[in-house]
Design a protein around this ligand. Structure first.
Ligand code: HDD
Length: 702
C-alpha cells in the first residue's frame, strides 16, 4: 500500500529508531537537563570559558565528529523508500522468495547517484547514474547495485582505481568538480579502447537525465538465476521506468546546475510528497547456457549488452517509491549496498569486474561507516532474524547473551547452526572451474568497437548530434592535443561520420581508415534510443507566466487539465507581490522571473490578457524565458492574442512555418480566437517530451 509521508515505516528497525521532534527540554547525551544552551560556563561574564564546561565540550565534540567520509564514488545521491511486488509465474526461473508471491510486498530502499562528483556537487553533471536497490526480503537483504547504463568502462576490477582516479578532479588542483571534461579522464579513455562502448552511452542524453524517475536501470553484469529444481540460467537485470526514459539538453543541464543544483533530488522528493509515486518494472533477459554459447557476445564481458530485440526483457514485477526518508544522513548516507548481498535463487558469474566489486563494497563500508557493525544501522538491518557468532567491534548495538560465541559447541545445545541442505539455505551453484592461473582476458573481450557502433547507429539523428556535440564539448576542454587526437582515432573505429564531425569541431582531421560497418551479428536496436513519445506526463512541471491582468479563464482551464494528469505548475510573475487576474482576483505567484528560469520546467504557457502581455513585452527576462524554452526544444503555448511574446523572443519561427499546425507539430501551440484547445494541445505536446528536431534552435540567443 502506498504510504503517506509520516506514516509508519515498513522497516521495523527504522520504525523503532524514528524520533519525532521532542518539544520538552534539551538534555546532554547523558539525559541531563541543560539549564542554559546558549552560554558557555565562564569565570565572570567577560572572563575566560572554563575547561570544566562538560556541556560545551560534549556539544562541540559531537559537532566536530558529525561528518563521515563520503563515498569514493557515487558520493552525491538521493534516496526513497518503496515496495516491490512480483508478477505471477517467476518460479520457473528462480526460487528467490521475493519474486514468488504476487500478493506479497517487499520493502525497498533505492538510492540514485552521480558517480564522479562529491557530496555537494550539482545533480545535472554529465555522468552515469547509480541505481542501487535494497530489497528487504524474508530471506535476507538483496542488493541490486546497478547503473542507468548497461555497460561499464572497464572489463576487470583491477583497473577500477585507475579509471576513478582519471575521472575524479585532477589531484594537483582538484579541478574540475563532477565533470569528465578534462585531460586525465580522456587520456585514460583514449588509451583504453574497451571503454568506448560506455563512452557512447555517457556522451549520449542518458548521462543528463530529466529525472531519476525517468531512468532505466541495469545490473550490468550477467548473474544467474537458480530455480527450486536446481536449474540455472544466465540473466541480465533491467529496470524499466513507467514514465519512459528522458534526458535534457546539455545547455539546459549547464544552466540547471546553477539555477537548482538539487534539481534531481528535489524532483524525486516533490514527486513523492505530491503522491506521484515513481514506478519501475523489474525485468531480466534470460539466457540458457546453451544459447549463451551461440551468442557472439561473451556474457562475462561487462562492456557488452545483449540487444533487447535479440533476447527480450521478461518482466518479473513492479517497484513503487512511495515515501521520502525522514533523515538524509541516517538513511541515504548510511545505507550500505553490496552486490554480494544475494538471496537463494540468485548467484554470480565469473565476470572479473563483478569479482572485484564483491570484495570492494564491504571494504569501503568498514571505512565509511566506522567498523564491522554497519549492518546493524537501522537502514541496513534485514527484516528477517540475524543469528551468528560475529561479536563485538566498534558501535556494537546488540547485547548477545550467554557464554557461547562459537560453533561447534556442546555447552549450548540450542545455539544457531547452519541449515545445511534444508530448504531456505544459500547454496552456490556448483559451477565447474578448471584452468591455469594467469592474468589474461577471453578472446571476445578484444572486440572493443562493434557495440559502440551498434549504439551510435541505433540513435535518432538528433540523438546522434547530441552525442557528437557532447564529445566536442568534452574534448575541447582537454589541453593536450595528443589526447584529443587519440580519442578521434578511436572514434574512427566506431563511425566515420561521428569521427569526422568531432574532428571538425576540434580543428582536427579524422584518420583515413575504412569506414566501420555495423557487425553482421547486429541490427540497429530501437531499444537503445530514448525517443519513444507518448508516455505519461505525471510529475512534470509547467511554467505559467502570469503577470498583472492575465486571462483568468485560460489559466484555470490549463490548471484543471494539468491537475487531471498529475502535472504541477508554478505561477511566475515579475515579483512575488500578488497580481490581479482579468477577473480581478488576487493571485499569489509561486516564483518570479528573477528567481527561476525555464530550465526548471518541462513546458511554458503564457496566457492572454492585454495588460499582462503589454507588460511582459517590456521584460527581457520574460523574453529570455521563452527563448530558452524554445532553444531547449520544449513545448510552448501562448493564449489568445499572446503570440507577440513569441515575436519579441526573436524565435526563428519562419524556419518552422507560419501554419499553426506546422508550429503545433514542433510543440509550439498558438491559441485560436477562443483558446479552448490550448490545454489539450499543450499536454499532447508534452507527451513528446522534447522536439529535438525543431528547426532554428541554434539561431536562438539565450
Ligand atoms: Fe561501484 C558504489 C554501481 C563497479 C566499488 N557502485 C557504487 C554505487 C553504485 C555502484 C550504484 C553507489 C551505491 C550507493 O548508493 O551507496 N559500481 C556500480 C556498477 C559498477 C560498479 C553498476 C559496474 C558494473 N564499483 C565498481 C567496481 C568497484 C566498485 C569495479 C571496485 C572494484 N562502488 C564501489 C565502492 C562504492 C561503490 C568503492 C563506493 C561507495 C560504496 O561502494 O558503498 O565500493
Amino acid at each position: 500500500m502506498p504510504q503517506k509521508p509520516g506514516a509508519p515505516s515498513d522497516l521495523p528497525a527504522i520504525e523503532a529508531a524514528r524520533r519525532e521532534f521532542d518539544p520538552v527540554n534539551i538534555t546532554t547525551q547523558q539525559g541531563l537537563k541543560e539549564s542554559d544552551d546558549a552560554n558557555s560556563l565562564k569565570a565572570g561574564v567577560r572572563g575566560p570559558s572554563l575547561l570544566q564546561d562538560f556541556v560545551l565540550r560534549e556539544k562541540i565534540t559531537h559537532f566536530d565528529h558529525e561528518r563521515i567520509p563520503e563515498r569514493i564514488v557515487h558520493a552525491r545521491g538521493a534516496a526513497a523508500h518503496g515496495v516491490f511486488q512480483a508478477y505471477p509465474g517467476n518460479e520457473k526461473y528462480t526460487k528467490a522468495g521475493f519474486l514468488q508471491d504476487p500478493a506479497k510486498q517487499t520493502p525497498v530502499f533505492v538510492r540514485f547517484s552521480t558517480v564522479a562528483g562529491s557530496r555537494g556537487s550539482a545533480d545535472l553533471a554529465r555522468d552515469a547514474r547509480g541505481f542501487a536497490v535494497k530489497f528487504y526480503t524474508d530471506e535476507g537483504n538483496f542488493d541490486l547495485v546497478g547503473n542507468n547504463i548497461p555497460v561499464f568502462f572497464i572489463q576487470d576490477a583491477i583497473k577500477f582505481p585507475d579509471f576513478v582516479h582519471s575521472v575524479k578532479p585532477e589531484p594537483n588542483n582538484e579541478i574540475p568538480q563532477a565533470a569528465s571534461a578534462h585531460d586525465t579522464f580522456w587520456d585514460f579513455i583514449s588509451l583504453t579502447p574497451e571503454s568506448f562502448h560506455m563512452i557512447m552511452w555517457v556522451m549520449s542524453d542518458r548521462a543528463i537525465p530529466r529525472s531519476y524517475r525517468m531512468m532505466e536501470g541495469f545490473g550490468v553484469h550477467t548473474f544467474r538465476f537458480i530455480n527450486a529444481a536446481g536449474e540455472s540460467q544466465f540473466i541480465k537485470w533491467h529496470w524499466k521506468p513507467l514514465l519512459g526514459t528522458h534526458g535534457v539538453a546539455w545547455d539546459e543541464a549547464l544552466k540547471t546546475n546553477g539555477a537548482d543544483p538539487d534539481f534531481h533530488r528535489r524532483d524525486l522528493w516533490e514527486a513523492i510528497e505530491n503522491g506521484v509515486y515513481p514506478e519501475w518494472e523489474l525485468g531480466v533477459q534470460i539466457i540458457s547456457e546453451a544459447d549463451a554459447a551461440k551468442l557472439k557476445i561473451d556474457l562475462l564481458d561487462p562492456t557488452k549488452i545483449i540487444p533487447e530485440e535479440v533476447i527480450p526483457v521478461t518482466k518479473l514485477g513492479k517497484m513503487t517509491l512511495n515515501r521520502n526518508p525522514d533523515n538524509f544522513f541516517a538513511e541515504t548516507e548510511q545505507v550500505a549496498f553490496h552486490p554480494g548481498h544475494v538471496v537463494p535463487g540468485i548467484d554470480f558469474t565469473n565476470d572479473p569486474l563483478l569479482a572485484g566489486r564483491l570484495f570492494s563494497y564491504t571494504d569501503t563500508q568498514l571505512l565509511r561507516l566506522g567498523g564491522p557493525n554497519f549492518a546493524q544501522i537501522p537502514i541496513n538491518r534485514p527484516v528477517c532474524p540475524v543469528h551468528n557468532f560475529q561479536r563485538d567491534g566498534f558501535s556494537q548495538q546488540r547485547v548477545d547473551m550467554g557464554r557461547v560465541a562459537y560453533a561447534p559447541s556442546s555447552l549450548q545445545t540450542d545455539a544457531p547452526a547452519h541449515i545445511g541442505k534444508l530448504p531456505g539455505g544459500y547454496e552456490e551453484f556448483p559451477q565447474k572451474a578448471d584452468g591455469e592461473f594467469l592474468r589474461a582476458k577471453p578472446e571476445l573481450f578484444a572486440d572493443h568497437y562493434s557495440q559502440a557502433t551498434l549504439f551510435y547507429v541505433s540513435l535518432t539523428p538528433a540523438e546522434q548530434k547530441h552525442l557528437q556535440n557532447a564529445l566536442k564539448f568534452e574534448l575541447s576542454k582537454c589541453d593536450t592535443l595528443q589526447v584529443r587526437e587519440r580519442v578521434v582515432e578511436n572514434l574512427a573505429h566506431i563511425d566515420a561520420e561521428l569521427a569526422g564531425e568531432v574532428a571538425k569541431g576540434l580543428g582536427l582531421v579524422a584518420p583515413a581508415i575504412p569506414a566501420p560497418k555495423l557487425a553482421p551479428q547486429y541490427k540497429p536496436s530501437p531499444a537503445l534510443s530514448m525517443v519513444h513519445p507518448g508516455g505519461s506526463v505525471a510529475g512534470r512541471k509547467v511554467a505559467i507566466i502570469a503577470g498583472e491582468g492575465h486571462d483568468a479563464a485560460e489559466v484555470a482551464a490549463l490548471q484543471a487539465a494539468l491537475k487531471a494528469e498529475q502535472v504541477s505548475w508554478h505561477l511566475i510573475a515579475p515579483t512575488l507581490a500578488p497580481v490581479k487576474d482579468s477577473k480581478g482576483n488576487s493571485v499569489t505567484p509561486d516564483a518570479t522571473l528573477e528567481n527561476t528560469r525555464s530550465v526548471l520546467y518541462d513546458a511554458v504557457f503564457v496566457p492572454g490578457g492585454k495588460e499582462h502581455i503589454d507588460g511582459l513585452r517590456l521584460l527581457g527576462k520574460a523574453k529570455a524565458f521563452v527563448a530558452e524554452a524554445f532553444m531547449h526544444c520544449k513545448p510552448i503555448a501562448v493564449g489568445v492574442n499572446a503570440a507577440a511574446v513569441l515575436d519579441d523572443a526573436n524565435l526563428p519561427l519562419a524556419d518552422i512555418g507560419t501554419d499553426p499546425q506546422a508550429l503545433k507539430d514542433q510543440g509550439i501551440v498558438v491559441a485560436d480566437s477562443t483558446g479552448k484547445s490550448v490545454p489539450q494541445d499543450l499536454l499532447h505536446a508534452m507527451r513528446f517530451h522534447r522536439f529535438w528536431d525543431r528547426p532554428g534552435v541554434d539561431k536562438v540567443a539565450a
